[in-house]
Ligand binder design. Structure first.
Ligand SMILES: NC(=O)C1=CN([C@@H]2O[C@H](COP(=O)(O)OP(=O)(O)OC[C@H]3O[C@@H](n4cnc5c(N)ncnc54)[C@H](OP(=O)(O)O)[C@@H]3O)[C@@H](O)[C@H]2O)C=CC1
Ligand SMILES: CC(C)(CO)C(=O)C(=O)O
Length: 336
């Protein structure tokens, strides 16, 4: 299979490199990635379980014309770049080529719906960090999932390749529920970015967990009202997660270690964005909860505050590094 990854950054390079063991893979990314690859002649993948592998059989380019020969397009740009990517797919790819879009959050696929291509949504359940010099590190466990409309032979090939690196691929008929369950976990991206701490350290602090619990409870109220049954993505059922976040630190450490394997240094992709002075995906994450709440008449004050704080950092009006007390204060005394 000829796989073209459009938007090769953390997730795209990781998945593309894994697939290059069994398929012909082209990564379309920015000039920086092309230079890194040309200098090192390989991508290197490491992970929280100690894997360390080099991948040399890849084509890396900043030109979109290789989309023309794709059997499958993996779209791994951030939500804010989906619009530009849609133009490139329309201009260069055959309109029968399936596009598997792996953005976090809700709503970015709307920008692809005018294309004739089959658009299949997916989720990536683990964290990948770019370490520089063509090295990409997977810092947590998790799997990759997609809508059941993905052709079966492609789903089988992806599962085979991904299993070789220790994570499975599966499809689901109820993607909407999966997307909300993934969003429930991604509500932490903003808190992690605001805290400016590694995920593990942030989640081991009761105050941050209380904020996350409140943000998740707003999402849970919406999905309950909409009768969406969330699938289980961690060892705890989704409705128990907000409660489990409120237990004392010492107990939480025990529960969390059995729930999720996580590197001490892993951070959220939103932290990566703020750290690189880029706009974030906040409107598709906590912003999606605020919009949905408005639609169904459920108040979402905590997610509104998180959206505001992230936007203040994006526009340079605030610095990251909020303590959990400062964050709780912002929530108790919102200024709109
Ligand atoms: N990183 C993670 O751990 C996880 C991320 N996700 C989700 O996956 C998606 C991708 O995230 P991530 O991999 O972190 O993002 P990255 O920013 O690391 O990767 C995207 C890359 O694509 C480049 N790009 C954007 N548009 C184009 C284009 N048209 N042509 C070529 N290159 C382009 C970007 O460059 P530039 O910045 O210059 O635009 C960037 O280098 C997001 O929606 C994220 O939420 C999901 C799970 C985990
Ligand atoms: C790893 C995970 C699930 C949470 O941080 C993620 O999706 C991200 O960083 O964007």
């Amino acid at each position: 299979m000829n796989v073209v990854v459009l938007g090769a950054g953390a997730v795209g390079c990781y998945l593309g490199a894994v697939l290059s063991n069994q398929h012909s893979v082209t990564l379309i990314g920015r000039e920086k990635l092309v230079n890194e690859f040309n200098q090192n002649k390989r991508l290197q993948l490491t992970d929280y379980e100690g894997r360390n592998s080099d991948f040399c059989e890849l084509t890396v380019t900043d030109q979109p014309d290789s989309l023309a020969a794709a059997d499958l397009i993996l779209l791994t740009v951030k939500c804010l770049s989906v619009h530009e990517a849609a133009h490139q797919i329309q201009a260069f790819a055959a309109d029968t080529t399936p596009v598997l879009c792996l953005q976090n959050g809700i709503g970015s696929d709307d920008m692809l719906r005018h294309l004739n291509n089959p658009i299949i949504r997916g989720t990536v359940g683990f964290n990948v960090a770019p370490m520089g010099r063509g090295v990409f590190h997977r810092g947590t466990e998790g799997d990759v999932r997609a809508e059941a409309s993905l052709p079966q032979h492609i789903a089988d090939s992806l599962n085979l390749a991904f299993l070789s690196m220790g994570f499975p691929f599966s499809t689901t008929r109820d993607f909407e529920a999966l997307q909300w369950a993934k969003l429930q976990l991604n509500l932490n991206n903003a808190i992690n970015a605001l805290s400016d701490k590694p995920l593990k350290q942030e989640l081991e602090t009761l105050g941050y967990r209380r904020v996350l619990s409140m943000a998740m409870s707003e999402l849970m109220a919406i999905v309950r009202q909409e009768r969406i049954r969330l699938p289980k993505l961690t060892k705890l059922p989704p409705s128990w997660i907000p409660l489990s976040l409120r237990i004392p630190d010492s107990w939480f450490r025990k529960v969390a270690s059995s729930m999720l394997a996580i590197d001490p240094q892993a951070r959220s992709s939103m932290w990566e964005d703020l750290n690189n002075q880029r706009m974030t995906e906040i409107d598709y994450l906590n912003g999606a909860v605020v919009r949905a709440g408005r639609d169904v008449g459920i108040p979402t004050p905590v997610n509104r505050v998180l959206v505001r704080l992230i936007k203040e950092i994006e526009s340079g009006r605030r610095q990251p590094g909020l303590s959990s007390e400062e964050l709780l204060h912002e929530i108790r005394h919102p200024t709109y």
